[in-house]
Design a protein around this ligand. Sequence first.
Ligand code: ADP
Length: 469
Amino acid sequence: MTIDLENLPIGAFFEDVSGAIKSCNKLYLKTLGINNGNSPRSWREMIDLEDEMSTQKEWNEATNDKKSKHIKCRLKKPNGNIIRVDIRANPLLDKSGNLQGYTGTLIDITNQAMFEELLERFKKAVEKTDSQIIFTDAEGIVVFANDAVEKLTGFTSGEIVGTKAGKLWGGLMDAEYYTKLWQKIKIEKLPFDAEIINKKKNGETYFAQINITPVLDSKGEVEFFVGIERDITYFKEMDRVKNEFISITSHQLRTPLSSIKWLCELFWNGDLKGLSNDQKEIMQKVQNENDRLIKLVNSLLNISRIESDKIVITPILTNIPQLVDKVLDDFKELIKSKKQTVEIKFPVGTPQLFLDTKLVGEALSNLISNAHKYTPEGGRLWVKGKVIGNELIISVTDNGIGIPVNDQHRIFEKFFRAENALLKQTNGSGLGLYFVKWVTESQGGRVWFESTENVGTTFYLAFPITHKN
Ligand code: ADP
């Protein structure tokens, strides 16, 4: 019998019952790294030590029963390299049913096996991680959910796979949230990061931080999505407790501080003739320190209100130049005591803005207070307004200590104070600018600054002009 093995697209061989190779193609030799000129070696002689026992056992069992064989094992090539091969062989029987040998195919599966091993390890790692991980197809249909998803949501992987991501445990946010999400990941093909409220199988709700990333193919089309969700319910609760604590203590502190302020005012308004100049100076210090404490407590209260969504914004038509005058009135004495000058410049007919006057007044007060605090004696301050396009830009400038370049990126963070400010001005909480940013952005505005150390700083607030003046 002649068998033409040469034209087969994979390694092929014919071996007799003893295992000697009677015929093989070039791909068989090439796969096993055997030189063409040499007599073909049996793949069985090349089995790697690690697989030798198990492979021989499998082979002998199949040979005894004259059955087909399918074996995966490691072979050691003549140059010492180890490869993984997939071997399939069929028995050749003569007319009387006696075994003549085997015809077989042999494929190098080293790369595929390595990929499968890697995938298996990756799957194990993903399955055991605490974060909830899902993979979906390009339409958002779940193809994989790890153990953590089952554990958190209460739905089994069988229930989840094949459904639209989040269908079983989502749907609690408003429609705009989901539209934004889809727009970002599917149309803009960018990752989406946000907080979300979801619902477990038992109806319980939980807070999560989600990150959904589109994975693109070589043509730039979405191939699949990877979604990572982290349960942050505990941290949210801790945050709520912290805010409540700050809120309660601040309220409690405010009452005695207001009483001290009131008592001090009684003193000044009454007859102080009986007091010596030194005593009057001490009284003034008590009053100043008390004012500082009131400011700090108010800042803390504002932060806790912001973080628990308790600030109500009440926009009314606001005349910004008038508001600036009013705010500056409170700083008159302080500015005079440091021999500083202030220049105010707003164009005639500055448009009125539809804003929460009290909140914007507090934000301007923080900026002016900073300009005064971080500028040495004899320094200069400017408060200006300018209409550019559809915005009113308010700027507060000083020629003070400036903000070091290395600290500039953190300046709006809660409790952050720059290195130079800490050295020169101990009075400060690092809460003022955080509040300014929130007040501005929550009313559709923008805030930014320019600063050079030892030259000066300008903070800008830009608000849209929405009202026809
Ligand atoms: P505080 O002034 O109470 O420390 P803020 O939040 O108002 O807190 O400001 C944060 C930090 O930003 C300040 O500590 C200071 O380092 C810096 N900063 C703010 N305004 C100015 C300014 N006009 N000049 C220099 N540094 C400033």
